[in-house]
Design a protein around this ligand. Structure first.
Ligand SMILES: CC(C)(COP(=O)(O)OP(=O)(O)OC[C@H]1O[C@@H](n2cnc3c(N)ncnc32)[C@H](O)[C@@H]1OP(=O)(O)O)[C@@H](O)C(=O)NCCC(=O)NCCS
Length: 232
């Protein structure tokens, strides 16, 4: 997070003040906070945490509210839009579904230093971090995170609930299935298809298709195991 001072200690409930609700208070929430402070400096933020001990505390400098029954519905009425800033994929997915049930407006967080081609699309609730490049005709599903300085070249199909690690490079025509995670610095050569629910290790170079639920590491990437169901 930066040392910029938004100077907007939380005063929710006013009609004029825009408020973005953010679910999550971990490392990814710091990145998302930085994005919203840059993109919407006049907008207030409030945070919702699943950790009861954080309720009433401040997430530099914004108030943290507890994630408990009824509270989200009350806060939803005070927020113009919401973003789920949680790296853990099943939790992110669950929280976005919860917000949808409350008819909340979900927003993506797109860093102004990122470059997204006009012909690319970014699904609802996604995070595009600093220095990311999304190439022509590349499409990202909902709730997907493209971490710092990753590049997703042309004609890519990135499913929903995918995490692309910092510094990853996906060449043209790469497909990544729903719920997969690519570790920091992974490289994927053109036309490779990574299945759903896969984990690609940090620094891997993926040169062949990877089936659903596989964990693959190394250069070139080799499958070391199938993901256990309990890891979801
Ligand atoms: C792939 C990964 C998920 C495996 O984690 P794990 O299930 O705890 O696996 P282990 O650490 O027990 O390692 C299993 C084996 O794979 C090897 N291995 C693990 N990660 C590796 C990697 N990135 N590259 C090469 N080999 C790797 C280990 O050396 C070990 O080999 P061994 O059995 O011969 O000793 C993890 O190592 C990884 O790379 N995560 C990426 C994290 C990341 O970058 N996240 C981005 C956050 S923004």
């Amino acid at each position: 997070m930066t040392n910029r001072k938004p100077g907007n200690q939380l005063q929710t409930g006013t009609t004029q003040q825009k408020v973005i609700g953010i679910i999550g208070t971990g490392g990814h929430a710091k990145i998302v906070t930085d994005i919203f402070q840059l993109v919407e400096p006049q907008t207030q933020l409030l945070f919702v945490s699943a950790h009861p001990e954080q309720a009433g505390a401040y997430f530099n400098p914004y108030r943290i509210y507890p994630d408990q029954a009824g509270e989200l519905a009350r806060l939803q009425a005070q927020c113009n839009k919401w973003h789920v800033a949680i790296g853990h994929i099943p939790t992110r997915r669950q929280k976005l579904a919860q917000l949808r049930r409350l008819s909340a407006t979900i927003t993506s967080a797109i860093h102004p230093s990122s470059i997204c081609a006009d012909s690319s699309t970014v699904g609802t609730g996604s995070t595009i971090c600093a220095s990311v490049v999304v190439g022509a005709d590349t499409h990202l599903g909902e709730g997907t995170i493209a971490n710092t300085a990753c590049t997703l070249d042309h004609d890519g199909q990135i499913g929903s609930w995918v995490n692309i690690g910092p510094g990853c490079h996906l060449a043209g025509h790469v497909t990544v299935g729903e719920g997969s995670e690519l570790g920091a610095g992974a490289i994927v050569i053109p036309h490779v298809k990574i299945g759903k629910g896969c984990i690609i290790g940090a620094g891997a170079v993926v040169i062949r298709d990877i089936p659903d639920d596989a964990v693959a590491v190394g250069v070139p990437a080799k499958i070391i195991t199938k993901k256990r169901k309990s890891e979801d």
